[in-house]
Design a protein around this ligand. Structure first.
Ligand SMILES: *[C@@H]1O[C@H](CO)[C@@H](O)[C@H](O)[C@H]1NC(C)=O
Ligand SMILES: *[C@@H]1O[C@H](CO)[C@@H](O)[C@H](O)[C@H]1NC(C)=O
Ligand SMILES: *[C@@H]1O[C@H](CO)[C@@H](O)[C@H](O)[C@H]1NC(C)=O
Ligand SMILES: *[C@@H]1O[C@H](CO)[C@@H](O)[C@H](O)[C@H]1NC(C)=O
Ligand SMILES: *[C@@H]1O[C@H](CO)[C@@H](O)[C@H](O)[C@H]1NC(C)=O
Ligand SMILES: *[C@@H]1O[C@H](CO)[C@@H](O)[C@H](O)[C@H]1NC(C)=O
Ligand SMILES: *[C@@H]1O[C@H](CO)[C@@H](O)[C@H](O)[C@H]1NC(C)=O
Ligand SMILES: *[C@@H]1O[C@H](CO)[C@@H](O)[C@H](O)[C@H]1NC(C)=O
Ligand SMILES: *[C@@H]1O[C@H](CO)[C@@H](O)[C@H](O)[C@H]1NC(C)=O
Ligand SMILES: *[C@@H]1O[C@H](CO)[C@@H](O)[C@H](O)[C@H]1NC(C)=O
Length: 540
């Protein structure tokens, strides 16, 4: 990642003649790094060594050398004059930079002056950039998320202070400073900020430049959740579920699965499809779908780390067509059969069928089918006796097929008269029945009827035995279901039997035990009878 460019590499001494020599004098530039040994030249003609040389820095003498008695090198001294009049600095340190002046006396009493400019520079080194908060990908590319605030900090070590600059291919200077670090902050990062960021550190003295750069990607997800849709498949027992999530960068991973914990025993949060895509569709058939099952499309994306759970889901429902099961209409009128299918998910294909063979109802001069929201209506025009019969409101989705059966009775005007006659006869019967009932009531001691006898209704194969505690008499009749016991029945033991078990000599042990216990706690016996013979109880 780090690319290091060296403009100039400093060694022991890098000399360059900066100015042309005056008569009897020269000016030289010496560049050195801390720790180096540097030699500042004075007189270049080594054939004629100078007799005396003095070196001054910024006007102050720092060394003096005699040709006859040269100052002993490194006798505790960092600087010394060489035999040819040069100034040797054992270990260059920060602060040694400055303007040096050499004065040499040559044989023949000629003097020579030379100016040397010493510059001390090091670095930049250890240049590093940190961009954050960011996530590093395996290849070193950094990822930040749209809208976040990102800090770009670049640092390095340099003497003297380096020039630090943040740049992109499109902007040579996003920020710049002289110092050991440069922090540049970007608020609410936008996708356009994606690119290569380089931090350049440049030593102002040596011109050495070090460059480090990072590839930055700006990831983002849309504000919306994924969208789950369905589409009918060719085969009605299949359904296609589509999940789309546009506007994420990079491409998200979508996964169609079943919610865990739901039908856990059968499918352990199974995944039906998964892929790196913006649109994922899966086709499921009846064997994989069940009522109440929740299908979920979950999106995975690095930019979602902070807000997990971007998903959409369906809770599947089998069709459930509802409506009036019995419809009566007068001949030569129009009748409308109504069916409401409101729960099915995915939405059912609801159609009207006719007859036991469920032939499709073809709209035309006879039938008008209309749909308004969840309500599907079938209007049958000018009905005749032929229209009588069974109609089906058939509702099918990928989960199941369910039908609402509607029976249409067509009354002709004659049946109408008949009906009126029927009502008259019925009234007559009810009247006579009332008289009979009254007679029976006044003679009830002869029939030994219990107070709760009114429970009995039409014959449905079950038998209710009423045992009056006083005189052990058993009456039997058939009831369709057991009505809740009223308080008034507390003295009566209620037992259920199946026809043809007709009397109290029933072989069932529970029965016999009950018969024996009759005179003890009757309420308790009721409870026992109801719980010990569940196979004989009619649920209510
Ligand atoms: C050299 O010159 C200086 C003055 O510039 C003078 O004092 C000195 O005597 C001279 N020496 C000789 C050997 O000429
Ligand atoms: C640069 O880094 C190395 C290793 O981390 C360290 O030893 C050295 O002192 C650093 N140089 C400067 C000038 O900070
Ligand atoms: C690093 O990986 C990301 C995603 O995998 C890719 O977009 C990017 O181009 C890669 N960068 C480099 C320098 O290969
Ligand atoms: C930038 O990085 C340098 C070196 O790691 C550190 O000393 C400095 O505090 C950082 N600046 C900011 C603003 O984080
Ligand atoms: C470079 O970025 C700086 C800071 O964002 C801005 O002031 C400057 O105008 C930009 N220059 C160019 C050429 O885009
Ligand atoms: C810094 O490095 C990058 C890639 O390493 C390069 O594209 C860019 O030109 C360099 N910049 C300078 C000023 O050297
Ligand atoms: C799913 O959605 C995508 C994008 O809207 C569309 O291209 C594709 O046809 C859809 N598939 C189904 C089965 O609806
Ligand atoms: C569901 O999966 C987990 C781990 O994948 C497993 O531990 C668990 O037993 C599974 N449950 C069922 C009911 O299969
Ligand atoms: C509904 O089912 C009928 C046949 O039962 C078929 O002709 C029709 O295309 C289906 N409609 C849709 C929307 O699937
Ligand atoms: C209704 O049907 C009967 C025969 O079923 C027909 O005679 C009559 O003309 C029809 N009425 C209308 C209005 O179509």
């Amino acid at each position: 990642m780090e690319a290091v460019t060296t403009a100039a590499f400093l060694h022991l001494c890098l000399c360059a003649t900066a100015a042309v020599s005056d008569i009897g004098s020269t000016e030289t530039l010496v560049l050195s790094a801390p720790g180096d040994i540097a030699t500042l030249p004075c007189y270049t003609d080594s054939d004629v060594p100078p007799t005396l040389t003095t070196w001054a820095k910024n006007g102050r003498e720092v060394a003096r050398g005699d040709a006859s008695s040269p100052s002993p090198p490194s006798a505790g001294r960092r600087v010394a004059v060489t035999t040819d009049g040069g100034l040797s600095i054992g270990t260059v340190a920060r602060g040694d930079e400055g303007a040096y002046l050499c004065s040499s006396t040559l044989p023949g009493n000629n003097t020579f002056h030379a100016r040397v400019s010493l510059q001390v520079a090091s670095g930049p080194e250890n240049v590093s950039a940190s961009i954050g908060p960011a996530t590093a990908l395996a290849n070193g590319t950094l990822v930040v998320f749209r809208g976040s605030s990102v800090s770009f900090n670049c640092s390095g070590a340099s003497y003297p202070a380096q020039r630090l600059t943040w740049a992109t291919p499109g902007n040579e200077s996003l920020a710049s400073t002289s110092g050991s670090w440069l922090d540049f902050r970007m608020e609410r990062v936008q996708p356009s900020a994606q690119g290569l960021y380089s931090c350049r550190a440049r030593n102002p003295v040596s011109g050495r430049e070090v460059n480090t750069s990072s590839q930055l990607l700006v990831y983002y997800v849309p504000d919306r959740h994924p969208e789950c849709t369905w589409a009918p498949a060719q085969d009605p027992s299949h359904a296609q579920f589509n999940c789309t999530w546009f506007g994420a960068y990079p491409t998200p991973t979508l996964r169609w699965g079943e919610d865990e914990g739901n039908r856990g025993a059968r499918r352990n949060g199974s995944v039906y499809a998964s892929g790196s895509t913006e649109s994922l569709s899966v086709t499921l058939d009846r064997s994989m779908l069940s009522d109440g099952q929740t299908l979920r499309c979950a999106a995975q994306h690095l930019a979602l780390a902070a807000v997990p759970g971007a998903s959409c889901s369906f809770t599947l429902r089998s069709p459930y067509p509802e409506g009036e099961p019995l419809v009566t209409a007068l001949e030569a009128t129009d009748v409308t059969l109504t069916c409401t299918e409101a729960v099915s998910l995915p939405p059912a294909n609801t159609t009207w069928r006719r007859g036991l063979r469920q032939e499709a109802v073809v709209p035309g001069w006879k039938y008008v089918v209309s749909e308004e929201g969840p309500v599907l209506e079938l209007k049958i025009l000018n009905i005749s006796k032929d229209d009588e019969g069974v109609y089906f409101c058939r509702s099918e989705n990928a989960l199941a097929v369910r039908e609402l059966e509607v029976y249409l009775t067509v009354k002709t005007s004659s049946t109408y008269t008949g009906a009126i006659l029927g009502v008259f006869i019925a009234a007559l019967i009810v009247g006579s029945a009332a008289i009979v009932a009254k007679t029976l009531y006044f003679n009830r001691h002869r029939f030994c009827l219990g107070d709760g006898f009114g429970l009995m209704e039409e014959d449905r194969g079950d038998v209710l035995s009423l045992v009056e505690s006083d005189d052990d008499q058993v009456f039997q009749d058939a009831v369709p279901r057991l009505a809740p016991l009223a308080n008034g029945l507390q003295t009566t033991l209620v037992q259920m039997h199946r026809i043809p078990s007709s009397d109290h000599e029933d072989a069932e042990p529970a029965d016999t035990s009950l018969q024996q216990q009759e005179d003890t706690s009757l309420q308790q016996q009721e409870d026992t009878a109801l719980t010990e013979e569940p196979q004989d109880l009619v649920t209510f």
